[in-house]
Write a new protein. Structure first.
Length: 249
């Protein structure tokens, strides 16, 4: 089946990603230029102190559809929120700078392959998913954290933390004005808000490759994420994420 014309923004949060972005942007632009899509790749620089912006600027000279968005350092969640809300395409996709998901998986998040959704999240769990090269300690830690997430906030979602997620433009408008978390746990708050507002969430099993250069520190960031998880639970119980919260803004 030929690709259906769609409009998609690829939003890449980047903090000190000079060493990885060149290869990632090369893979993305080669893939996207071969599709009949209207597309942009929007790299959101999260206050990097290395050559991240220089690398992206080089690509903006090659492609008008590669955009550098400079933001102050807030954390991954803050960069994602800024990028998704600045994008204008009808479909907007979060993509980690390491491109741990092969770009060939992207059409699985878009019509005609996928329809009737508001939020589609890449999943490294379940039938059809494949993890490549992940250390067992990291995998076990992830499953323990997901167990806590399901018990406290969003039951039934097997992989909240995968860095590849697709949103419709309407879902962005419904979710992100209410996102408070700027750090690693922002995914949980996003999904908690989506569920509170009755949006359609689907999980898309993907192939995912472990990257050793990941900036996530299991001990330091794990503790911070658990604390934020408790705050998200408290906000959800107070009704802060419900649709009626619109009227109190």
């Amino acid at each position: 089946m030929a690709d259906t014309p769609v409009g998609v923004s690829i939003v890449i949060p980047a903090f000190n990603e000079e060493s990885r972005l060149d290869e990632t942007l090369d893979e993305l632009t080669r893939f996207l230029t071969a599709r009949p899509w209207d597309w942009e790749v929007r790299v959101v620089d999260d206050g990097s102190v290395d050559g991240t912006c220089r690398v992206v600027e080089d690509w903006t000279r090659r492609y008008a559809t590669v955009v550098l968005q400079r933001e102050p350092h807030r954390g991954k969640g803050g960069a994602v929120k800024a990028g998704l809300m600045s994008a204008t395409a009808p479909f907007r996709f979060i993509c980690d700078a390491d491109l741990a998901m092969p770009v060939a998986e992207l059409p699985r998040f878009l019509p005609p392959t996928l329809s009737a959704f508001d939020v589609a999240i890449g999943s490294r769990e379940g039938h059809g998913a494949r993890r490549v090269g992940e250390p067992i300690v990291r995998h076990v830690a992830g499953r323990v954290f997901n167990y806590a997430v399901q018990q406290l906030t969003v039951p039934g979602i097997e992989d909240t933390q995968c860095g590849f997620k697709m949103f419709t433009a309407a879902a962005i408008d419904a979710i992100f004005p209410f996102v408070h978390v700027d750090g690693w746990a922002f995914d949980i708050e996003v999904l908690c808000i989506a569920r509170a507002r009755g949006l359609r969430i689907v999980e898309v099993p993907i192939e995912w490759h472990y990257r050793r250069q990941s900036q996530l520190n299991l001990l330091r960031d794990g503790v911070a994420m658990f604390r934020e998880l408790l705050r998200i639970r408290s906000r959800a119980r107070s009704g802060a994420y419900d649709a009626r919260a619109d009227r109190s803004r």
